[in-house]
Write a protein that binds this ligand. Structure first.
Ligand code: ARG
Length: 463
């Protein structure tokens, strides 16, 4: 190949006629995969260093290639690089530019590798840093949640089941439930990080190569634990893409559940939380409105994460081994999911910092709907040697009575209570106190204040 052949397709000697612009455009992924340029250059540098170490290329050629690649990296970073849409992707664009910069010796760069292994190497390195960024953002959310929780250990709210008042809980305990969800997300992403820790570089198109390459060397250079085991599986495998899309979908689903909850709590029917003016929007016609648009958008964004996961699952379904062009869209899906999730995590963190509980209304609501009924039943079991079922029945009758009288449990007289259980003493009244109820749930993982304090310390150590 001579220099003036540089602007024709790599396969120009074999394939004689040019593709029309519209066909070229259809197969082109440059605008999507140009994001991989840094990873591509890092992969190529590791590759040529290995080729030199293995005496496959000379010292001079290796240095020239690395010089050219470093120059290209600067050009792209400084927006000086002229991308050529006639070349399918970032890999060919970089290779072609290398020819322009260093001449014919650029032709040695592709010794013993294919775009098939090159593209997954770049992609895995990219996903690896993306996961690290996501975990940092999740940690920031956990940090903000813990800040809000530590200010609200004794803020009492109703815990709900079926969205009906169930039992009083600490608002902090509720917030720590969110922390658990995000901790699981981090764990899942870290697991994915571990799973993708095998270097694809050097499996070439699908069979490996007859050159005496050292895949352990490139693994080390590129920060992978080890080389992949099977060349055919390597170029076919996109499980690591699915892992990322699934983990992002679950994280996004967590955000949407929390967003939905905050929307409900902020609604005029509940008024349990206030959102500061920094995070609400108005209406074009109703002057009084302060709407939780951002939370709604966070709730809705989960749809695109699921969509991308299902697109990738569908692309892979029934796809034989090994590389097929079908796979090219993997990058578009990951980038889209990543960008959306990163954005949502940042927005959600802002929302958390601008959200405060309406303590008075929380307490009032916690004190309606007989939320201490279970405490009364438990009290009867502990103090009057009743089975739980018997205690449950007596409590239910007391509630029927109170409801008829339109009174809270604490508003019943001892005389009235003794009609249902004659041995009851004044001591029983303490179970109707909400704080007492919350603080009595001392079982591991329960809502008692001590548990919450210990958990906050534990989570703080984890981030
Ligand atoms: N642009 C391609 C992709 O991302 C690179 C791999 C091309 N390999 C091939 N055999 N056509 O999937």
């Amino acid at each position: 190949m001579t220099k003036n052949k540089n602007n024709r397709a790599i396969w120009g000697t074999r394939i004689k006629s040019n593709m029309s612009q519209s066909l070229l455009k259809f197969g082109n992924s440059l605008n999507v995969d140009k994001r991989l340029y840094k990873e591509d250059i890092a992969g190529s540098i590791a590759h040529v260093e290995m080729l030199f170490k293995q005496k496959i290329i000379s010292f001079k050629i290796k240095n020239k290639i690395i010089y050219g690649l470093s120059k290209i990296e600067k050009e792209i970073s400084n927006k000086k690089f002229e991308f050529n849409q006639n070349y399918e992707d970032i890999h060919i664009n970089i290779e072609k530019r290398l020819f322009q910069i260093i001449g014919e010796e650029a032709g040695y760069i592709h010794t013993g590798r294919s775009r098939n292994d090159q593209v997954i190497t770049d992609f895995k390195i990219w996903i690896r840093s993306s996961i690290k960024e996501i975990n940092i953002l999740i940690n920031k959310i956990i940090h903000s949640t813990l800040n809000l929780a530590s200010k609200n250990i004794d803020t009492i709210m109703p815990g709900f089941t079926h969205l009906k008042n169930a039992q009083p809980v600490s608002f902090a305990h509720y917030l720590l439930a969110y922390v658990e969800m995000f901790e699981r997300d981090k764990k899942k992403f870290n697991h994915a990080l571990n799973n993708l820790d095998e270097n694809p570089l050097g499996v070439a198109a699908l069979t490996g190569t007859s050159f005496n390459i050292d895949r352990n060397y490139t693994s080390k250079k590129l920060g992978f634990k080890k080389p992949t085991n099977n060349s055919i599986d390597t170029v076919s495998d996109r499980d690591f893409v699915l892992d990322f899309l699934y983990n992002a979908s679950v994280c996004s689903m967590h955000i949407s559940r929390i967003a939905e909850e905050l929307i409900i709590w902020n609604s005029d029917g509940f008024k349990l939380i206030n959102l500061s003016d920094k995070i609400v929007t108005g209406s074009s016609i109703m002057p009084q409105k302060k709407n939780p648009d951002l939370l709604e958008y966070l709730r809705g964004k989960t749809g695109s994460a699921y969509g991308n996961l299902f697109s990738m699952l569908t692309i892979l379904k029934g796809l034989p081994l090994s590389y097929f062009k079908d796979l090219q869209d993997d990058k578009k899906l990951i980038f889209d999911t990543n960008d959306t999730l990163v954005n949502c995590l940042k927005i959600f963190n802002e929302i958390l910092k601008n959200c405060t509980p309406n303590k008075k209304i929380m307490l009032e609501l916690a004190n309606t709907g007989y939320t201490t009924a279970t405490d009364l039943a438990d009290y009867l079991v502990k103090n009057h040697s009743l089975s739980f079922r018997k205690a449950y029945e007596i409590t239910a009758s007391i509630i029927n009575f109170a409801e008829k009288k339109k009174r809270k449990l604490g508003e019943l007289s001892m005389e009235e209570l003794r009609k249902f259980e004659p041995k009851l003493t004044n001591d029983v009244l303490k179970v109707f106190d909400l704080k007492n109820s919350v603080n009595s749930k001392k079982s591991y993982g329960g809502t008692s204040f001590d548990n919450i304090k210990k958990m906050i310390i534990k989570y703080r150590k984890q981030i």
